[in-house]
Design a protein around this ligand. Sequence first.
Ligand code: NAD
Length: 505
Amino acid sequence: MNNDKNVTSTVGHFIDGKTVADTARTQPVFNPATGQSTTSVALASKATVEDAIASAEKAYPAWRNTPPLKRARVMSRLKTLLEDNADRIAQLITAEHGKVLADAHGELQRGIENVEYASYAPQLLKGEHSRNVGPGIDSWSEFQALGVTAGITPFNFPAMVPLWMWPMAVACGNTFVLKPSERDPSSTLLIAQLALEAGLPPGVLNVVNGDKVTVDTLLQDPRVKAVSFVGSTPIAEYIYAEGCKHGKRVQALGGAKNHAIVMPDADIDNAVKALMGAAYGSCGERCMAIPLVVAIGDETADKVIESLKVEIARMKVGPGTDNGNDMGPLITRQHFEKVKGYVDAGVAEGATLVVDGRGMKVPGHEDGYFLGASLFDNVKPGMKIYQEEIFGPVLGVVRAGNLQEAMKLIDDHEYGNGTCIFTRDGEAARYFTDHIQVGMVGVNVPLPVPVAYHSFGGWKRSLFGDLHAYGPDAVRFYTKRKTITQRWPSAGVREGTVFSFPSSK
Ligand code: NAD
């Protein structure tokens, strides 16, 4: 990415439409399939982050005044460029994240749909108008840009999650500073360069790579008006508190522990096939993954376990670059050890380990972070593997007596991101969707990730803030409402001095 001869192997920053080095502090980036460091990423100093904010602030007045249709056209061109460069982007994702190429294409496509939605901005920003709210008085509300906005994103969707944020922010007239994950930064930077190629003026989108120094500078700088965050719950909570303390609008999406209920009347074959992708797809490193199945009745649980065993035996684990593989490696050596530790903990706590993925070896990739699929039966609330987000290929089956018991388990859990029920019983499904304390709910759909024209967000400790990500909520998050009430004396209506509160009585 970097044209500077001294830093060819370091991923830098993207400020005011130019690549910026600032490589005083760097961190290695690994290919998880080989365990080898392939490049390094620069960790921005406070001064570099301030340069990025200054660049966004400088670009703001002209961009705010650019007609929404012209801003939208940039999004339309970007959509085409993203489609044309999809293979390059997916390869970068796979090389640094590890997920299989088809999955990388899938996340990119979902990101492109957010760019497409952002290209509807002129329609979405039209506002509300009321004529004759009083004698000769008209009133309207419009949605004005905030100014400089910022986003901080996680490693698990390096293309999609940034595209949840900045396209809508800039389509609404804001400028943006993005801080991607330091573990897989390259696809994000390529997309930023494509945005420039699509016609986004320099400074409207800036990217700073980095760590806590970068994030804290964004949170504390008064020029930044709003912050979107997606990542783990402890950091989300910190971002929300720190951002609010500094007077910013904040939405901070956190971690998850999503349960799927399998009812006795469910189509078990379909449910199990769906659960395989939801539990082990992307190596379980999705905030909408299903790491827990609540089976209603022992007969259902036994059938689900038997079918899962058969499906797991068929799974192919290996480098994401090989299209024949279903699951790639975990993101880092440290995360690999952590997930393996959860499997150890599950055994120690008395859950039944039905399939053990800990011994997985991928020939030729002995240093890669590959862990096979693990499956536990008899998982119970209170166990670490029940309570905590593992973010790995570990699926636990919980046995429950009835729907009410299963729903209570879900409602009592600290997270409320996604959930799903497998059933043929419409009444049970309706009761479930109506009452469950979770933000995104599936009925026979294991990953109910809302499409770009709805909004994405969990409940409880999966989201801090009021508005969800992307879709209609993003228009509200990245704008502030202004309501104007107007009368022209020349309309012929004259009122004398009135001391009472104006009303329509
Ligand atoms: P993370 O919280 O470690 O990092 C997210 C971002 O925060 C990164 O950019 C990182 O550099 C930054 N960060 C890390 N530590 C920080 C600190 N101490 N101070 C300030 N900034 C810091 O998350 P991750 O490991 O990259 O991603 C996985 C997590 O993200 C999982 O918990 C997953 O559930 C969650 N996630 C949630 C959603 C959602 O929509 N709710 C979507 C994707 C991922």
